[in-house]
Ligand binder design. Structure first.
Ligand code: CO
Length: 150
C-alpha cells in the first residue's frame, strides 16, 4: 500500500511537470430554436494547448427536431464533412464514419441541454482557417462561424 501511494505520488508529480506548459482555454457558445449560434467568431490564443468547449441549447425543441452540435474542421473540409454527416444520422451525431477531417465535435443536444468537450489544439495552426458548424441536416448553411487562433 505504501509503495502504491509513493508510486501514485511520483506519477502525479511527473504529470505536473509534464503539464507545466499546458494551458486549457475555455469557450462557450449558445444555440437556440431559431437555428442559430450566438457567435459567428470564436477566438483562442495560440498558446492554448487544449480547449474546453461548452455548447448550450437554450431552446425547447428536441434534438431530433432542432438538434445542435459544434463541429470543427478546416474551412476547406466543412462542406464534405457536413454532407457526409447529414446521411450518418442522429445515432452517429451526424458525423461521417471517417472522422479524419473532424478536428473536434460535441454530441448533438436538444433544448435545455448542455454538453462539453475538451480537445487538443495540436492540429490547429495560428492563423489557420477553421470553421465551426452544426452538422444537423440543413443547419450548417446558417449555423457556422470561424474559429480564430491568434
Ligand atoms: Co443545429
Amino acid at each position: 500500500m505504501k509503495n502504491f501511494i509513493s508510486t501514485a505520488l511520483i506519477l502525479f508529480a511527473l504529470s505536473l511537470t509534464a503539464n507545466v506548459n499546458a494551458k486549457t482555454c475555455e469557450l462557450e457558445v449558445n444555440s437556440n430554436d431559431m437555428m442559430k449560434f450566438d457567435q459567428t467568431e470564436m477566438k483562442i490564443s495560440a498558446d492554448c494547448s487544449a480547449v474546453k468547449l461548452t455548447l448550450n441549447h437554450t431552446g425547447k425543441l428536441a434534438k431530433n427536431v432542432m438538434g445542435h452540435n459544434w463541429v470543427l474542421t478546416a474551412t476547406a473540409d466543412m462542406q464534405a464533412v457536413a454532407t457526409a454527416g447529414m446521411t450518418a444520422g442522429l445515432e452517429q451525431q451526424y458525423l461521417p464514419a471517417d472522422q479524419s477531417k473532424v478536428l473536434a465535435a460535441t454530441d448533438v443536444i436538444g433544448g435545455g441541454e448542455s454538453t462539453s468537450i475538451t480537445f487538443d489544439t495540436a492540429a490547429l495552426a495560428q492563423g489557420g482557417d477553421y470553421t465551426f458548424f452544426c452538422s444537423f441536416p440543413g443547419h450548417w448553411s446558417i449555423m457556422k462561424g470561424k474559429l480564430i487562433v491568434e
